[in-house]
Design a protein around this ligand. Structure first.
Ligand code: SF4
Length: 443
């Protein structure tokens, strides 16, 4: 019988360096892993911000302890590279700075590589369904030992805990990241596994993120480190911690069906602490997922099927999911925010089968339309399949008075060349000025 994939569960209640080192050493021993050669770490650092996104990224203390163990127990050849790509044209270097990653250079031989500044290579995919080729940082493929350190947080775009498999979205640049980021997101994630197949995964589940957008969510103390060598096995166990069966998660099922690992807990050997202990700790974990048209907001939200080349229903990784994400971000700033949005605005997502009467109708995405009679003073379209988070957040602020957590001065300053023309075309509208006031209020 083939050996079962092992997954380690370690208890670590705080980001204390000694405790973390103990976990990593125990994990490596129980998994029987011996890191050596040229090493690359891919953290989760799409967004780091002390107020807006304090629980969205792998903490520097976690990396500090891991680097210490790799240097003392492993045999690294040359500096250990840390590679990441932020999204939405946000500077990765800025995220590294905010996350405190540059301080790691004082203690360790590390090289920080924001993907925008890294040497890139094109990689042809042989077994993928959607992507023929992707562009990634050279140090992700030209390495002997690849380590993924995802942050444990719930992501409504896949309706699951995002661990090692979804982390691969962050190996792509902005353009490739948004390709097939719609009803095909599950397949896209699995395509990327051909390149992003780590030798070791260490999940930062000490303070998890729950109950909101995956970027701006609330903290949940889990006190857990999860380690393994198979991405699917680690993600199956991560979801089991919050009581979610991997067979209910599209991209995990797809990964299993393509033969990349086990999907049943019975096919995984758990080592370290008991799973039940962490399941008990996670009993109040809030997934935050609702169908977007059921979300409580003063705006009217109408949905239909998302179509690209056929009937594909709910576009969880696309417009339906991204709009829910934006609503959650507004709630994460202030629970009352979604009810303060303009009630004369209607959002239409996908092809809505019915009549619509509203002062302003915002069409989300390229395919959205009203199949019945449309009566509106003003219509706005947020273009894209799907639109980027940035385009949607700006439109919701300027046209619907919805202010998400990310809409704050310190994050949007680099976006001024993008936002200014949008503001100028609405300069006669009070909503545009209100948005500026809102920006000034939140640094
Ligand atoms: S434009 Fe349509 S098909 Fe594309 S992501 Fe949006 S809802 Fe889905």
């Amino acid at each position: 019988m083939p050996e079962k994939e092992k997954v380690y569960l370690g208890r670590c209640d705080t980001y204390n360096l000694t405790e973390l080192k103990r976990c990593f050493e125990e994990g490596l021993d129980l998994l029987g892993v011996h890191p050596e050669g040229r090493m690359t770490i891919k953290p989760n650092c799409v967004l780091a911000h002390p107020k807006a996104a304090p629980h969205a990224y792998t903490r520097p203390e976690f990396l500090d302890a891991l680097l210490t163990v790799l240097e003392t127990r492993g045999k690294p050849q040359g500096p250990i590279r840390i590679v990441e790509r932020s999204g939405a044209r946000i500077s990765t270097k800025r995220q590294f700075k905010r996350a405190g990653y540059y301080t790691l250079r004082k203690k360790h031989a590390v090289k920080l590589e924001p993907m925008e500044n890294a040497e890139l290579v094109k990689v042809k995919l042989k077994n993928a369904k959607l992507h023929d080729e992707i562009t990634v940082a050279k140090s992700l493929v030209d390495t002997d030992f690849l380590i993924y350190t995802p942050k444990f947080k719930f992501n409504i775009l896949v309706n699951a805990i995002t661990g090692a498999l979804k982390l691969n979205i962050g190996i792509l640049d902005d353009e490739e990241r948004m390709m097939f980021h719609d009803f095909r997101l599950d397949q896209k994630i699995v395509d990327l596994y051909e390149v992003g197949k780590p030798h070791l995964i260490a999940v930062d589940a000490i303070t998890a993120g729950h109950g909101g957008s995956q970027l701006t969510s609330q903290p949940y103390p889990l006190g857990l480190v999860i380690m393994g060598t198979n991405s699917l096995a680690v993600d199956v166990v991560s979801n089991a911690v919050i009581g979610l069966d991997a067979r209910e998660v599209g991209h995990l099922v797809e990964t299993h069906e393509r033969g990349y690992g086990p999907i049943d807990l019975s096919d995984i050997e758990l080592v370290g602490e008991e799973l039940e202990f962490f399941q008990e700790r996670a009993k109040d974990f809030d997934r935050g997922f609702v169908r977007v048209d059921k979300f409580k907001t003063s705006m009217n939200i109408l949905i239909g099927d998302g179509y690209a080349d056929g009937d594909h229903g709910y576009c969880m990784g696309g417009c339906h999911g991204i709009t829910l994400d934006a609503l959650l971000m507004a709630k994460d700033r202030n629970p009352h925010n979604p009810m303060k949005a303009r009630s004369d605005v209607t959002l239409v997502i996908g092809k809505y089968e019915g009549d619509v009467t509203a002062k302003t109708v915002i069409f989300v995405g390229d395919c959205s339309e009203v199949k019945g009679t449309l009566k509106a003073k003003r219509t706005v379209r947020v273009k894209g399949c799907p639109p980027t988070h940035r385009d949607l957040l700006v439109a919701l602020a300027l046209d619907a008075g919805l202010y998400p957590e990310l809409l704050r001065m310190s994050i949007t300053i680099p976006q001024i060349p993008y936002m200014l023309p949008k503001f100028l075309t609405r300069i006669h509208r009070p909503q545009a000025w209100k948005t500026n006031m809102e920006l000034l209020k939140h640094w």
